[in-house]
Every structure is written in structure tokens, then in C-alpha cells.
Design a protein around this ligand. Structure first.
Ligand code: OAD
Length: 259
């Protein structure tokens, strides 16, 4: 169903009211929030997985078997794109909400660091990060930008192969991030779910946990997802940047007007 501008305005006002009335607001974000920063999503229109097979390039077994190939097909270009990307209005909107006390934590599936670049301070990187790489042999960490022009695969001074500090398919979610995300999802009373297809577990389950704790779920996405007709209380159908601009403006307006 398409949403007219009057309808969007009304949903945004209702959602803003829920945010202002909440004690503990959390966001769960996915690739769609960074599309307006020039980073392609994985699925849907322009999705990366339509062009390259994730089993061939994003599974830990594929990486360990042929790291040079995975660096060449995926990591190098993605790394170059991410180091030069800048946050958009959606990232800035979440950081702004945190600043005014209306956002406790962002759980992100993204590895691009754009929430932190926008100023969000409490960010859980559920799928790790592309900002750094680690040596498979001595585990020394360094910024990914150090090795984007090296011979592939880039190597540590000790000779070991370097890997990005993200989660490949076939790997566990980092324990600290997993536990922290579960705790904040279970404790929030409003969850903003932005730009995720909600198809990858266990990340998608964080919104289900929030709902089980009776949180209000506010979804922002260009398209419907499995959450839209099941657990989402409000669905703002639109681009993340514009939607967050409108939502933060409504929150500001209501805060200024007082109780
Ligand atoms: P997906 O690529 O699966 O989904 C992106 C979502 O963003 C879709 O639902 C789109 O409709 C929506 N979208 C696209 N552009 C948008 C825009 N401008 N504004 C709002 N929404 C927009 O991304 P994720 O759900 O994050 O995992 O994918 C989850 C995981 O799958 C990723 O973290 C990655 C991937 O394989 C690993 O690499 C382990």
C-alpha cells in the first residue's frame, strides 16, 4: 500500500509522540539507512547479493580458502567505498535524538561506522566493523585504510593474512555485541527499525525480543518487510533520510511545545 503525504505526516506525529513518551528508545538499523550515503544494500533494488554470490565472497570458508579472491571481489572495493562515505540525515537524526535524551542505543548490522561518524555514542556493531582488519596469525589490529592499495591479500608485518573485523557468514556474532544487543532490545519500550530487510538472524530477532517486551515498533523502510504486517505498530514507508528528518522535526516540535 502506498502512503499519501497526509498519512505519512500523521504516522510520523504518532511515532514522535511515542518516542517522547518513552523511557528507553532503541534503534535497529540495516543497510538501507546507508543507501543515501552511497553504499548499496545487500538485497532489493541495486542489492550487492544480486551481483555477487554471498556464498562465494561473504562466507568465512570462502575467505579462508582463497583470501586474495575475496579481497579482490568484495573487501577492497567495499573498504574503499566505506572509508570515503559520510553519514546522511538518518544517521544524523539518530545522533540528534541521542543528544536530546530520546535515544538510548543504536544496534546496527552495518559495518560502515556511519552512526559513530554522525555522533551517536552508544552503538552496538552487531556484525562487527570494516574500519579495522586483524591478522589471522598474530591478531594484531590496524585500520583497513592501511591496506587498501597493498597486494592482495594484504598481510601483517608478521606475514599473516589480514581479515576485516566484520562477521562473515558462518561465523558467530561477537559475544559482547550479542549480549549487549539482547539486553537493550529486551529493555526498550520503543524500537525504531530502519532500513533492514529483517531477514538475517539473529539480528532480526532483536525486534521480536523488543516486541515480546511490549515495545512499540516503528519501522522506516522503502518497502514492506516481514515485520511490517506482523510486529510493526507504525510503518513509515519512505527513504530513511527524509523520514528521519521529519521524525526528528516532529520530536523537536513536541518537546518545545512541552507536556
Ligand atoms: P538488506 O540489504 O537485506 O536490506 C536493506 C533494506 O533497506 C531493504 O528492506 C530495503 O527495502 C531498505 N532500503 C533500501 N534503501 C532504503 C532507503 N533509502 N531508506 C530506507 N530503507 C531502504 O540489509 P540488511 O537488512 O542490513 O550481513 O541485511 C542484513 C545483513 O545481511 C547484513 O548485515 C549483511 C547481509 O548479508 C553480513 O554481512 C553478515
Amino acid at each position: 500500500m502506498t502512503q499519501g503525504s497526509k498519512m505519512v505526516e500523521s504516522i510520523i506525529r504518532q511515532a514522535a509522540k511515542k518516542i517522547i513518551g518513552a523511557n528507553n528508545v532503541v534503534a535497529l538499523t540495516g543497510a538501507g539507512i546507508s543507501v543515501e550515503s552511497g553504499i548499496p544494500p545487500f538485497r532489493g533494488k541495486g542489492g550487492l547479493w544480486a551481483k555477487i554470490d554471498p556464498v562465494e565472497v561473504a562466507h568465512i570458508d570462502a575467505f579462508l580458502e582463497n583470501p586474495a579472491k575475496v579481497w579482490r571481489l568484495l573487501i577492497r572495493d567495499m573498504g574503499r567505498l566505506l572509508v570515503s562515505a559520510a553519514p546522511n540525515d538518518a544517521h544524523h537524526g539518530l545522533a540528534e535524538l541521542e543528544k536530546v535524551g530520546c535515544m538510548a542505543t543504536v544496534i546496527t548490522q552495518n559495518v560502515d561506522g556511519l552512526h559513530q561518524a554522525a555522533g551517536s555514542r552508544r552503538v552496538i556493531e552487531f556484525h562487527g566493523t570494516f574500519a579495522t582488519v586483524s591478522c589471522l596469525q598474530c591478531h594484531l589490529q590496524q585500520p583497513i585504510k592501511n591496506c587498501l592499495t597493498a597486494d592482495m591479500p594484504p598481510r601483517c608485518d608478521c606475514g599473516g593474512v589480514l581479515r576485516p573485523d566484520c562477521v562473515f557468514f558462518g561465523e558467530m556474532i561477537p559475544t559482547a555485541a550479542f549480549h549487549a544487543a539482547q539486553a537493550v532490545a529486551a529493555a526498550c519500550d520503543v524500537m525504531l527499525v530502519i532500513g533492514t530487510s529483517a531477514t538475517v538472524e539473529p539480528a532480526a530477532h532483536m525486534s521480536v525480543m523488543a516486541k515480546q517486551n511490549r515495545a512499540v515498533i516503528i519501522e522506516i523502510n522503502l518497502e514492506s518487510t516481514p515485520l511490517s504486517d506482523s510486529i510493526s505498530d507504525y510503518m513509515i514507508k519512505g527513504p530513511a533520510g527524509e523520514s528521519m528528518r521529519q521524525l526528528t522535526a516532529a520530536v523537536d516540535q513536541m518537546r518545545a511545545a512541552g507536556p
